[in-house]
Design a protein around this ligand. Sequence first.
Ligand code: G
Ligand code: G
Ligand code: MN
Ligand code: NA
Length: 255
Amino acid sequence: AGLIRQLDQAVELGQFTLVYQPIMRLADDRLTGVESLIRWNHPDLGVLSPVDFIPIAERTGQIVAIGRWVLREACRQGAAWMAEAPDETPLQVGVNVAGPQLRDPNLVADVAEVLAETGLPPGSLVIEVTETAVVDDEESQRTMEALRALGVKLALDDFGTAASSLGLLLTCPVNSLKLDRSFVESITTVSRQGAVANAVSQMAAALEFGSVAEGIETEEQRDLVRLLGYEYGQGFFYSRPVAPERISELREYGL
Ligand code: G
Ligand code: G
Ligand code: MN
Ligand code: NA
């Protein structure tokens, strides 16, 4: 109950920050995007991970207000990176959006407003949704269509972990699939995880979805997902989530 009350004030009190994990193009190991990840600088408990408060905020509905802050901050930062290096291809900025946010009737208007306010090109924003949030939910599908109509990109996050059918891919208007890191963790040319990773890559290509392999921790894993045809990768092998200043340095000097 304490945490819930404190969550209510955390936006106003400026206690949230965003860190950004690099997303690399596997063909040439160039930084092409980031995923924004929230942290809570809690006055007594120190820095809290989203796993400690996002599930609570989803249950209470507080995720809607928190998510609005995340969206605005990530888009503001994305536009700031563009202004720093106007001649370079803008970074794609990923923002996680939870089920209750997708069902919030104001989401599309909020996104449009934030894009207009910050000047971030719509195509530079990637909204990451999970299978659980979109499955069997026509309202969420319509919201996704409306986001696509704004020019925003959509990614299906943690792909392969939810109890959803492959039929979802026929109707879900996403641009890319993010293979869950559980498959990359034990990926080898002979493992079952490797077989699934391969099948997902083939399927993504056939359906003209982009593909991102998550949770790459070793060079061997990087080499293998690249070989399997994944276009993009992210994980501790490249970088942990970092402060926005570090992303500026990585753009300028590389990893
Ligand atoms: O960065 P970390 O590994 O601690 O993130 C843990 C989980 O929290 C991930 O599943 C991630 O998608 C989720 N998460 C991180 N930031 C946000 C956010 O801004 N909004 C939502 N809805 N989920 C987030
Ligand atoms: O569910 P989502 O994909 O949004 O979660 C991202 C989470 O995965 C973040 O909490 C991030 O810190 C974590 N993460 C990112 N890269 C790696 C990695 O290489 N290994 C592990 N174990 N976790 C990672
Ligand atoms: Mn994500
Ligand atoms: Na994920």
